[in-house]
Write a protein that binds this ligand. Structure first.
Ligand code: NDP
Length: 424
């Protein structure tokens, strides 16, 4: 009887994504290779993906030394400790399939303030030589490999531990195929004591390292050229704002599909701690050694693209959050009531396109790459992020179709565009 209940709660996954186990296997080993390629492709001579260039760079770069790994583990441990001891806002999670509601603590702004204060005090103490930032620049590939090794270690722990105790599993990560489940993640919300591993990994070690890598690149440019370019300052400000602003709204994470739908496996762990910091910073890495000047007109145009994107992204996300929390005035919006009781907005931003928030996010990604000029490699992010969002849209679409049935079909009739009103 108990076994039956467990099986009902955690049914076997029959619908596969990423072309099933073979796709999951290829991604598990292919994505770390991609990170290693993108870490070394941009040098003083420019940016190139030519195999001869990449192999030549790899020959010059140690894979991972014990010293760098120790520093990386210290970074992780310090952030985990900060997550646990720094006070924060307590927020109720969404109701889970087993009726449970987890509690989350969000202390991102305080952790960022502590990190910023530490960095400033180190700057003053070292006359702005900041050996920590120089360490990041010099050992970037090794740090990336440290994060990759750690991703495999954490994912292995998560996979094994998911078999012990009465765990709530992700509907998409319980196929009984080891490669697939390792990649997709079996357990929905794994915790070690009070540390929620999913939200910790999503918000701290990767995102904050992304900002630190950008700062290390700015610092390197300053040490090399004696001044910094507007292009690298723009990218660092845009990306820094995206990360810091994200922590102001991090309580909204409780309803994100990563939190409510995905298991914590290699896909999320690696994405959070390796792919984000080491590939999203590609533009500043390029600019650190390639001084790109921008005219005032170019600065104004690129900034406008960023502001447009970030405004659409933030206003649409805020509108949905406000609506879901019942904080809108009666009659302010039109909506459809679903059989589950939740409502789907059909006016405002959400009347324009079903994933207008993704569109805003993608538009701002252009502003990260445009300051790099005509070299195509730094535009990797625009392409990668576009693919990620299109794939994410299809997953969310499948989730909502299954959850809301006919009502979702009606919603699609009323809001026919996915990303761009009247276009797509
Ligand atoms: P959303 O925040 O758009 O959440 C989708 C969910 O919202 C749906 O499953 C449904 O959930 C609900 N919903 C959909 N349409 C409506 C509507 N009209 N009215 C009310 N509720 C609706 O998606 P994500 O969680 O994927 O993304 C959140 C943000 O994070 C996005 O802006 C995205 O761009 C960004 N992001 C950034 C990444 C990066 O690497 N920089 C990676 C991934 C995301 P339900 O009804 O079940 O509540």
């Amino acid at each position: 009887m108990a076994v039956e209940t467990k099986q009902e709660l955690n049914p076997k996954t029959t619908h596969f994504e990423f072309s099933g186990p073979i796709g999951a296997f290829v991604l598990t080993f292919g994505l770390p290779l991609l990170v290693n390629v993108l870490c070394v492709c941009c040098t003083k001579e420019g940016c190139s993906l030519a195999p001869s260039h990449i192999i030549a760079q790899w020959k010059k770069t140690p894979f991972l030394t014990a010293e760098v790994y120790k520093v990386y583990l210290l970074w992780l441990a310090a952030l985990a400790l900060a997550d646990l001891i720094v006070p924060g806002q307590i927020v109720d999670g969404t109701e889970l399939r087993n009726g449970q509601r987890l509690k989350y603590k969000f202390n991102g702004t305080r952790v960022i303030a502590i990190l910023g204060a530490l960095l400033l005090s180190r700057g003053v103490a070292t006359n702005w030589q900041l050996p920590e930032l120089q360490f990041i620049y010099t050992n970037l590939t090794q740090l990336a490999n440290a994060s990759i090794v750690t991703s495999f270690a954490i994912s292995t722990y998560l996979y094994i531990s998911s078999f012990f105790g009465n765990k709530l599993l992700a509907l998409g990560g319980n196929s009984h195929n080891v490669f697939y489940d390792f990649f997709m993640g079996r357990e929905l919300n794994p915790r070690i004591g009070k540390l929620d591993l999913k939200l910790f990994l999503e918000m701290r070690p990767g995102l904050l390292l992304w900002v630190l890598i950008d700062l290390a690149m700015v610092h390197h440019q300053w040490l090399t050229y004696g001044r910094v370019s507007a292009s690298i300052v723009l990218v660092t400000l845009f990306q820094g704002y995206y990360v810091i602003e994200g922590t102001f709204y991090e309580a909204g994470l409780v309803s994100m599909i990563d939190t409510t739908l995905d298991g914590l496996g290699f896909m999320l762990v690696f994405g959070d701690i390796s792919l984000v910091p080491f590939t999203y910073s590609l533009q500043t890495r390029f600019l650190a050694d390639n001084f790109v000047e921008l005219s005032w007109l170019q600065i104004a145009l690129i900034t406008s693209v960023y502001l447009l994107g970030i405004a659409v992204f933030r206003l649409s996300n805020n509108e949905k959050n406000k609506f879901k929390q019942g904080k809108t005035n009666p009659g302010e919006y039109t909506y459809i009531e679903t059989k589950t009781g939740s409502k789907l907005l059909t006016s405002g931003w959400w009347g324009m396109a079903r994933h207008i928030n993704y569109t805003g996010d993608w538009i701002s990604s252009w502003a990260y790459s445009l300051p790099c000029g005509f070299n195509l490699v730094p535009y990797y992010y625009v392409v990668y992020f576009g693919v990620l969002l299109v794939h994410r849209e299809s997953r969310d679409e499948a989730k909502c179709a299954a959850k809301y049935g006919e009502t979702w079909t009606e919603y699609k009739r009323r809001v026919p565009y996915k990303f761009f009103p009247y276009l797509l």
